[in-house]
Design a protein around this ligand. Structure first.
Ligand code: WT7
Length: 653
């Protein structure tokens, strides 16, 4: 195969679509242009056709009914249609190809694996759906899923979808407190968990965490526990049930509930710039059309190919591409329980060889960590099966992109850098491998139906090559419909900064070719290893500590994580900020929120830079954390300008 031709050696290099991709891909350059134009000009016609990729129980007659304006705000797609997501992900494939592989599961320990056909998965999901019903779960009820990356996680999501229960998956790395908050916010009646998780040889006490969380929750009546490691766990009589017992006695068939297109499918909690995490709600038809369409076009997916999205199902990437998009398309989806560097730095590439993976999709943070270990770990594996690579979650620096392309993909695999968010349901700005010339570091061009716009701080629209804040001006089927229990917050958060437009919270540059380059969050959200963290959440965790008076958290550049967490902490009078307290506070935040919120630096500060009205000037704190202290900008509005010199002198590096 010919290698991609680099037209320039610099950061502005362009890799044109390889001839063999142009020949075989579903979406070629002219198809891209035609589809994009049609979706913009006649969305009803375009989406009516795309929606035929699903099986409908009741066909829809209305397509798009949406408005971002305050007067008639509302988002509805295919609103009079009915369908079932688990039937779309399972039944129709079982009818045609029952023995096709749905899930390849690779355990934490090499050699531990399971191969699950579509028929197997169908039966598992039906049994579990029946077990959920037997335990009182009905359409519209909430079920919290707190599981490791095991097939039971996908089965649990699909079992909920089958009976119309709304799932809320909570990442296994979250603390009991974080879990409790997410259970209480949506009043979950049932939790599905495991005795323990296993990651990189380390055990995660999931069931013990659930027990601790439930001490603070009143809504949960039943807990279903998967036996994963076999360790001894406490089982509370009348509440806790073993998963294997629950499914053993359940029938392997379960009628798929007819769901309205706009019935809720799942809630997924994500951090914002203020307050506690919000429960982003996705509904049924629009989400699945988006998941299926983007999975097919962005990855040029064909049935039979092995697709590996390395994200955890605790994040939206896992929802859309490990589970829903992949299974809707009849794909073989690979689920990996472990971490990139266990037992060694070749693990990803060995798994690719073991299962002949064709498409591999991962976060830049993992790639940077592996890149640092040198090329031998990669080169000792074959990777001949690979034909397409993808990234998601954070901007990828051109150096990591080039390494991924040249070393991992041997110059033969295009890279799709997909920009999207929990709220968007699926990829929004991304190359399509047969249609889009690539520029390392750019998510390139919008998908069909996505209308991006750049605006300045006042909301003025910027034309042509420009840099500003990224908004989306019209609805797309996969977008979130509300925040669970707080529709007003949904409207306020996303549609009022720039009236009538969806505000992404991201900064972005558009170049002369119309390519989009995401520059990162412009709000008080930081992106740590491709995961969104609200600075306000970490601050409230810190101030909950008895010795802390005040805290301010900002992002700082981090070689591996993209952004690291830098915390300024003011202690109560008579407390001393020493190494021991620093370690204690780090542990404290890990316990309060989870390991992903671990501060990378804590600086004890006598005072924080505030305006005369008491507002913390984060701009200054960011500059100091970045080590860019030569140009702190205007400090004349500070109530006490002397705090700045003090902060600079005590910067943590
Ligand atoms: C934020 C959304 C999309 C699923 C994983 C994260 C950042 C995401 C990219 C990309 C640059 C990216 C944005 C966005 N982001 N993808 N390809 N290039 N930045 O979902 O936790 O909802 O975070 O991740 O800042 O707003 P999320």
């Amino acid at each position: 195969m010919a290698s991609l031709a680099a037209s320039a050696a610099s950061a502005s290099a362009t890799y044109s679509v390889p001839a063999e991709w142009r020949a075989r891909a579903m979406i070629k350059p002219d198809t891209y242009d035609a589809f994009y134009a049609e979706a913009a000009r006649d969305p009803d016609a375009f989406w009516k056709r795309e929606a035929q990729r699903l099986d409908w129980i009741t066909p829809f007659t209305k397509v798009k009914n949406t408005s971002f304006a305050e007067a008639d705000f509302g988002i509805k797609w295919f609103e009079d249609g009915a369908l079932n997501i688990s039937a779309n992900c399972l039944d129709r494939h079982v009818a045609e190809r029952p023995d096709a592989i749905a899930i390849i599961w690779e355990g934490d320990e090499p050699g531990d694996s399971r191969i699950i056909s579509y028929r197997d998965l169908y039966e598992e999901v039906c049994r579990l759906a029946n077990a959920l019903k037997a335990n009182g779960i009905r359409k519209g009820d909430r079920v919290t899923i707190y599981l490791p990356m095991i097939p039971e996680a996908a089965a649990s999501m699909l079992a909920c979808a089958r009976i119309g229960a709304i799932h809320s998956v909570v990442f296994g790395g979250f603390s009991p407190d974080s879990l409790a908050g997410r259970i209480t916010d949506c009043d979950s009646q049932l939790v599905i968990t495991a005795d323990e998780g296993l990651r990189g040889g380390k055990r995660v006490p999931l069931k013990a965490n659930v027990d601790e969380a439930l001490a603070h929750c009143t809504s949960v009546e039943k807990v279903i526990v998967v036996r994963r490691t076999g360790t001894n766990v406490a089982m509370k009589a009348g509440r806790d049930i073993w998963y294997h017992d629950a499914v053993a006695t359940a029938a392997p068939d379960c009628v798929a509930e007819a769901m309205n297109a706009e019935d809720p499918l799942f809630i997924l909690y994500t951090s914002g710039s203020t307050g506690k995490p919000k429960g982003v709600l996705h509904t049924t038809a629009g989400y699945l059309v988006w998941a299926s369409m983007t999975h097919q076009y962005v990855f040029d997916y064909r049935p039979g190919e092995v697709f590996w999205c390395a994200a955890d199902v605790g994040w939206v990437t896992g929802h859309t591409y490990v589970v829903y998009g992949a299974l809707a398309n009849g794909a073989t989806t690979l689920m990996y329980e472990g971490i990139p560097n266990y037992p060694d730095f070749s693990r990803f590439w060995s798994i690719i060889d073991k299962y002949q993976v064709e498409i591999f999709y991962a976060a830049p943070t993992a790639l940077r960590a592996l890149m640092r270990e040198g090329n031998t770990w990669v080169e000792r594996t074959s990777r001949k099966s690979l034909r397409l690579l993808g990234t998601v979650g954070e901007p990828i620096n051109p150096e990591a992109w080039e390494w991924y392309h040249r070393v991992v993909g041997e110059g033969r695999c295009p890279i799709v850098d997909t920009w999207w968010q929990t709220e968007t349901g699926g990829a929004m700005i991304s190359p399509m491998p047969g249609a889009t010339d690539l520029k390392p570091g750019s998510a390139t061009k919008p998908l069909f139906g996505v209308k991006p716009e750049l605006v300045d701080a006042e909301g003025a629209v910027l034309e042509g090559a420009a840099e500003g804040n990224l908004v989306i001006t019209d609805s797309w089927p996969g977008q979130a419909r509300t925040i669970w229990g707080d529709h007003e917050r949904f409207f306020q958060t996303y549609f009022t900064t720039y009236a009538g437009k969806y505000f992404t919270g991201d900064g972005c540059r558009r170049d002369v070719d119309g390519y989009y380059w995401i520059t990162g969050r412009v709000d008080d959200v930081i992106n740590v290893s491709g995961h969104r963290m609200g600075t306000a959440e970490i601050e409230s965790a810190l101030v909950a500590h008895a010795k802390v008076a005040e805290a301010a958290v900002v992002g700082m550049p981090h070689d591996l994580k993209g952004q690291g967490i830098y915390a300024y902490v003011t202690l109560n009078a008579n407390e001393t900020g020493d190494e021991a307290l620093r370690r204690e506070l780090v542990q404290w935040v890990r316990r309060e929120i989870g390991p992903i919120a671990t501060p990378d630096a804590i600086q004890f500060a006598a005072g924080l830079p505030k305006t005369r009205s008491g507002k913390i000037m984060r701009r200054i704190l960011r500059k100091i954390a970045e080590g860019d202290v030569s140009n702190l900008g205007d400090t004349s509005t500070l109530a006490d300008p002397s705090v700045v010199a003090n902060l600079v002198a005590n910067r943590q590096s």
